[in-house]
Design a protein around this ligand. Structure first.
Ligand code: BES
Ligand code: MN
Ligand code: ZN
Length: 498
């Protein structure tokens, strides 16, 4: 899975890799100065023939005899006039997929900036490589026969000195980012019999970087610390809950900190309000928020970001059982507010409520929670776009901009106050689902969380659709996506570094 990337100033003619990739567009001027004459001549012949049509997203290959050896050359049609990273990410993912099927182990890529004659703004090659990295991921830990992509080495060929410097300077960070994206994807893909709350906690025990302080509570400590909502959601399972609190102090002496909260339901059966069969299939992914938060804090620590980050990860299995939570139960939350449980399948907001309350205790500059929270969000926005809520306009803007930059799409939904009274309970301070018709479910869930935020600056990301994709995303592929890792990391880097 891990690939070696290098960047060289040389002629493609001297490539020692299995294949050469050349981006082309209609009426492209000669590329001799980067490919060498022989390749350019062969390329012209192919581009002038009707083998290549300049169709949208067209990728074709041919063989050229170079230095007495046959070399495979892939030509990819690139839209010169469009500078949108998304297109290049998709192109990279698609190309890597095809090369994988062709069992190519290494390739040289002629940088887009060379083909376009661009001397600054290196979005195209960077985004293409991101697409390559995404598509190389595979989850085959539990397969006897591994079907991993063969690709191991990529060489970027460029004559643009500033691009080479840029790539050389950023390579190690890209590798770190994708290592942690893969970690988040692995955690989400791991089956729920293995990744129980204790399974996740053991993983964190082993993989948390040494410059992060960790506090991992078992069910007794969870109860002793008053996290009653976490305790109650987990009480029906033979796999008892855990609570992970991590602290990365990248800026000692600064009191301000960022609080990240991730929903960690290792399996969501719905509990007493048991889900129907089809809905159960992907419920191992109900800890996608927890995985993202865990990955981000480790990534920040690995990159030594000068910032202080708390991560709060409540872990439960929401399952049926003789001791499981019932509709009608009233639980006193960590905040002191009593919650009437009217549906045990609305469990994410319960464990998040306690974790968010705990987060407010360290006076954070911002709280970001990320959670596979509502089916309603998937209905509204589909699998490629996450729901965004915030109690500060500027934060919605910041996170939307970061989302656009990394290609992890979000769309803002309102914290519509008019629905707040639906959460009023006859017998307790608040109920966990709306009374009356079941409309606007994502907003209701967000409004429930808001009750525990104490008006701290807050962002809520509903990743029920994007964390785990049943169809296929053009960049993230199928199943676990690692959604949120690059997004939150980018957001922190842009706005919270000192
Ligand atoms: N984990 C689910 C939300 C979910 C649904 C995630 C589909 C991914 C795909 C959550 O705990 C849940 O069950 N929510 C309920 C809330 C309802 C009972 C108010 C839902 O969305 O149906
Ligand atoms: Mn549920
Ligand atoms: Zn859930």
């Amino acid at each position: 899975m891990k690939i070696k990337i290098s960047c060289r100033k040389k002629l493609a003619l001297n490539s020692r890799k299995d294949a050469i990739i050349i981006p082309v567009y209609k009426n492209i001027p000669p590329l001799r100065t980067i490919t060498g004459k022989k390749i350019d001549d062969e390329l012209r012949a192919v581009l002038d023939s009707d083998y290549f049509n300049f169709d949208e997203k067209e990728i074709k290959s041919f063989y050229a005899e170079i230095n007495k050896k046959l070399k495979k050359i892939y030509i990819i049609h690139t839209p010169k006039e469009i500078n949108d990273a998304k297109i290049y990410r998709e192109m990279g993912a698609k190309t890597a997929g095809i090369l994988g099927e062709d069992k190519i182990c290494s390739f040289s890529l002629i940088a887009f900036e060379d083909v376009y004659n661009k001397k600054k703004d290196f979005v195209c090659t960077t985004a293409f490589m991101e697409g390559v990295m995404f598509s190389l991921y595979s989850f085959d830990a539990y397969k006897t026969k591994k079907d991993a992509n063969a690709l191991e080495e990529v060489e970027i060929i460029t004559n643009v000195n500033r691009l080479k410097t840029y790539i050389d300077n950023n390579m190690s960070e890209w590798n770190s980012i994708f290592t942690y994206v893969a970690m988040a994807r692995d955690l989400v893909n791991t089956p729920p019999n293995i990744l129980t709350p204790a399974g996740f906690a053991d993983y964190a025990e082993e993989h948390t970087l040494p410059n992060i302080k960790k506090d991992i509570w078992d069910e007794k400590e969870i109860a002793a610390n008053g996290l009653n909502l976490v305790k109650s959601v987990g009480q029906g399972s033979a796999n008892p809950p855990r609570f992970i609190h991590l602290y990365y102090e990248g800026f000692p002496g600064k009191t301000k900190n960022i609080a990240l909260v991730g929903k960690g339901v290792t399996f969501d059966s719905g509990g007493t309000n048991l889900k129907p069969t089809e809905s159960l299939e992907k419920m191992k992914s109900d800890m996608g928020g927890a995985a993202a938060v865990y990955a981000v804090i480790n990534l920040a620590a690995l990159q030594s970001l000068p910032v202080n980050i708390h991560a709060y990860i409540p872990l439960v299995e929401n399952i049926i059982g003789s001791n499981a939570l019932r509709p009608g139960d009233i639980i006193k939350s960590f905040s002191g507010k009593s919650v009437e449980i009217m549906n045990t399948d609305a469990e994410g907001r319960l464990i998040l409520a306690d974790a968010i309350s705990l987060a407010t205790k360290t006076d954070p500059e911002i709280i970001i929670d990320i959670a596979t929270l509502t089916g309603a969000c998937v209905i509204a926005l589909g699998e490629f776009c996450a729901g965004l809520f915030s109690n500060r306009k500027f934060l919605s803007k910041y996170i939307s901009d970061a989302a656009y930059k990394v290609g992890e799409d979000v769309w803002e939904l309102p914290l519509y106050e008019g629905y707040s009274e639906k959460l009023k309970s006859k017998n307790a301070d608040i109920r966990n689902i709306a009374s009356g018709p079941k409309y606007g479910g994502s907003i209701i869930a967000a409004l429930f969380l808001k009750e525990f935020v104490e008006n701290y600056p807050w962002i809520h990301l509903d990743i029920a659709g994007t964390a785990f994709i049943e169809s296929k995303h053009p960049v993230f592929g199928a199943q676990a996506t690692g959604f949120g890792v690059r997004l939150i990391y980018q957001f922190i880097k842009t706005h919270y570094l000192n």
